[in-house]
Ligand binder design. Structure first.
Ligand SMILES: [Mg+2]
Length: 393
């Protein structure tokens, strides 16, 4: 079975239930691209890309452009990247992805990791459908419950604590608070005072609830450098299970600097895209956790490579999201199910933040995600929904 056709379907913007504010982005509309692969056996596969320009530098147009380039590779490079390639087995797909997202030789197309993640998912989906199997069987994964989080955007203290009170009733496993606003003030507090206050008070509320809940803060680079990050860290020492990406993505030395002064476990997110980034971060030190996202890594195979490297160095992993639908989150769930000893938590309920989430491939209960229909062949995605959501329709 070989790839016969490759298409990019940019979707009309999908609305979030409510706008979500991080250090430098206010998200309210999400711009997805569905990659559709057709094979000479008639099997079809679908993959989701959610470009995040503030993290990856990709856009809906760049994902579509990358797919077009892959489709026309023979004209551009005098070799095929996807069209005509065999994808009848998992090993076939590994070989294709090893050319598209290489570790051991130079890339033909650098970057474009969300586009590559979507291509990989579409190939896996087509292969699973060809073999008449659920995707987890193709991947040799036993379906299991995956721990997920609840996440608050940056809001004033009283609003944030009101939200915490509401989510405590849902018995979550992990509460994540966005911090590090670039505004001088959030509500009536100076930004840094607001961040410290919400962490201190949330930890008190968790203790008061008698529940065993992890608490993390995510700065999305917002403290920018080590001295500013330390101003936040010192008053919250001992209260956080981890602090995610306190400094600018490129300042990979800052993790070590911060960890020398405070006992706050640090997680790398925007600083970690590739296997090479992961190697550098463990070598530099100061990072106890990785936030691995398939849209950054370029798909499941690359993400698992990073997770295995983390395991070798005693680094724990969290599978993060760019706010994918359940189609995209499915692949993050598979990453977590594949490596339960290294991956403790995820954000794979991100689809719940999207109004009218279209696929309903996953379900959540009490902070745990499960496959809605473990017996479904492939991903369960279909042309009807792609057409209904298409930007062209
Ligand atoms: Mg993050």
């Amino acid at each position: 079975m070989r790839v016969r056709k490759l298409e990019a379907h940019p979707l009309r913007p999908l609305k979030m239930n409510e706008p979500f504010s991080t250090t430098n982005v206010l998200l309210s509309d999400l711009y997805f691209v569905i990659v559709r692969v057709e094979t000479d056996s008639g099997a079809v596969g679908y993959g989701e890309a959610l470009p995040a320009w503030e993290v990856n530098g990709e856009t809906q147009a760049s994902v579509a452009g990358c797919i077009e380039l892959c489709k026309n590779a023979r004209q551009v490079y005098d070799k095929d990247l996807l069209i005509g390639k065999p994808i009848a087995t998992l090993d076939d797909i590994r070989a294709v992805m090893d050319r598209l997202q290489p570790v051991h030789w130079p890339a033909t197309i650098a970057g474009n990791s969300a586009a590559k993640a979507a291509i990989e998912q579409a190939l896996l989906d087509a292969c699973a459908r060809h073999q008449q199997k659920p995707l987890h069987q193709l991947l040799d994964i036993a379906p299991a419950a995956v721990t997920t989080s609840v996440t608050s955007g940056i809001r004033p203290v009283s609003e944030t604590l009101g939200w915490v009170e509401r989510v405590l009733a849902l018995k979550p496993k992990l509460i994540r608070l966005k911090v590090g606003s670039q505004a001088e003030k959030v509500g009536e507090h100076a930004s840094l005072d607001r961040d410290i206050e919400v962490v201190v008070r949330t930890r008190e509320m968790i203790r008061g609830s008698g529940q065993n809940i992890l608490l993390a803060a995510d700065a999305n680079e917002g403290f920018t450098d080590a001295p500013r990050a330390l101003e936040f860290c010192r008053p919250v020492e001992g209260l956080l299970d981890w602090l995610e990406q306190p400094v600018l993505a490129e300042d990979r030395l800052a993790f070590r600097e911060i960890s020398r002064h405070v006992e706050v476990p640090l997680m790398a997110d925007e600083s970690l895209h590739s296997y090479g980034d992961a190697k550098l971060l463990v070598e530099l030190g100061g990072v106890e956790y990785f936030n691995v996202k398939l849209m950054k890594a370029g798909g499941l195979i690359s993400a698992l490579r990073i997770i295995d490297l983390a395991a070798d160095h005693g680094v724990k992993c969290h599978i993060g999201s760019m706010v994918e639908t359940s189609l995209g989150c499915l692949m993050g769930c598979y990453a977590a199910m594949s490596r339960p000893e290294t991956v403790g938590t995820t954000d794979m309920n991100a689809w719940k933040y999207i109004a009218d989430e279209p696929w309903k491939i996953l379900t959540e209960k009490n902070g745990e995600i499960e496959l809605s229909n473990p017996a479904a062949v492939g991903t369960g995605a279909n042309d009807r929904i792609v057409q209904a959501l298409s930007a062209q329709s």
